[in-house]
Every structure is written in C-alpha cells, then in structure tokens.
Write a protein that binds this ligand. Structure first.
Ligand code: ADP
Ligand code: MG
Ligand code: MG
Length: 203
C-alpha cells in the first residue's frame, strides 16, 4: 500500500479488534499483576464497539474513521485506557483532516500528534511504565513508507518489553510503588498489539 484510504483504517481497527479478542486473556493477566485485572475486557468491549460503529456509519475518510473510533472508545471503555486510546485516535484523525487518502508520511505525522495528546492528557512521559513506552518508540520509527510500519512494530514490541524493569509512575500500577517492578505494562503491551496489527494490514 502506498496511499492509505478509509478502508485501510477500517481494516486496521477491525483487525485490531480481532487481535484484542485473541489476546484479552493475556492483557487481563498482566493487569491482574499490577492493576485491577480489566485491561483485556476493557479493550475487548471498546474495540467490539468500534467495529460495530464503523460498520454502521461507514465513514468515508481516514480522519472520519479514526475520530469516530476514538469517540467510541471514550464512550465505551470505563478504565484509564479508554480516554487515552480514544484521544490517540481522535487526535490522529483530526490531524488527517478531510482528505480521502493520506500518505504513510502524513499518517506518521498525525500519529505523532496523537501520541503527544496522550502524553498531555495522562501527564506521563517515557519511562513511566505506560502505553507511551511502546507508542513513542513506534512513532519515532515511522517514516514515509509503509515499510517503516514493520520497524515501528518492532520498536513497539521492544518498548513494551522494556517496561518490565520499570517502576510505574502513572495510573493504577503506580500505587504499587516498587512492587510494580518486574511486570510488563498491560497498556504498553496492547499498544504494541495495535502497532503490530497496523504493520500486518499494510503488508
Ligand atoms: P484502569 O487502570 O483504569 O483499569 P486499564 O486497565 O484499561 O485501565 O488500562 C491500564 C493501562 O493504561 C496501563 O497499563 C497504562 O499503560 C495505561 N495508563 C494508565 N494511566 C496512564 C497515563 N496517565 N498515561 C498513559 N497511560 C496510562
Ligand atoms: Mg485495569
Ligand atoms: Mg479498571
């Protein structure tokens, strides 16, 4: 793929819903170690709702697909991850404007704006053991071609693994203090799944 249209983003998010379904048990298990054991079910509910609304409303531009999906996540996911992922998609969608097709480079730039909005909303930074530890290296690896999506996926996976020795400084896991060390962050893990799915649908 060299240009990305509404159908590409719809396929990304519906594939992400399938992946979240498949990995929900693992995400919830990670959240049971340092959180409240709901990350898998939160995202399952949210992404199922995203799939349904995209089918029902059939938005026609990349920007509209992402903003609609983001709104849906915010309204259906009760946990911290709902507003955070919702903001990621909404802000990315807004940055894409109303064009019917966007280049990978333009999407990379938009996703960087989305990740910056997540950092602003949650007040977290790299090293705080959150989804940002996967998202920030991923968007740093994104470039002007869809080939860079594979590099972003590897960077996100490495970023998620790198949360294991970190102490959580944001979100529920931060209540555990040093006891949060030694566990992989659930949100960084789900972020890596989302970016890996992006690479898969673009290849
Ligand atoms: P909750 O913690 O409300 O139950 P989830 O379990 O769905 O929500 O999501 C937890 C994940 O959300 C964490 O693993 C972390 O990656 C992410 N998270 C929590 N707080 C923040 C924050 N302030 N900034 C960025 N990500 C965060
Ligand atoms: Mg939780
Ligand atoms: Mg919760």
């Amino acid at each position: 793929v060299h240009v990305l249209d509404a159908d590409f983003f719809r396929r990304w998010l519906t594939a992400a819903a399938v992946c979240v379904d498949r990995e929900a048990g693992r995400l919830t298990e990670l959240d049971s170690a340092i959180g409240d054991a709901d990350h898998g079910s939160n995202l399952q509910r949210g992404f199922a709702a995203v799939t349904a609304v995209l089918e029902k409303e059939a938005p026609q531009t990349p920007g509209a697909v992402l903003t609609l999906a983001g709104r849906q996540l915010i309204s259906t996911v009760g946990g911290a991850s709902g507003p955070l992922y919702g903001t990621l998609l909404r802000r990315t969608g807004k940055a894409l404007g109303e064009d019917a097709e966007v280049t990978p480079g333009r999407f990379a730039e938009a996703l960087r704006a989305g990740v910056a909005a997540v950092a602003q909303l949650g007040g977290a930074k790299a090293g705080d053991k959150t989804m940002l530890d996967a998202l920030e290296p991923a968007v740093a690896a994104l470039g002007d071609t869809t080939a860079s999506f594979a590099a972003a996926s590897e960077a996100a996976e490495r970023g998620a693994l790198a949360t294991v020795p970190m102490q959580a400084r944001k979100g529920r896991a931060s209540y555990l203090g040093e006891r949060s060390i030694g566990h992989q962050d659930p949100g960084a893990t789900s972020s890596a799944l989302l970016i890996t799915t992006l690479a898969e649908v673009s290849s």
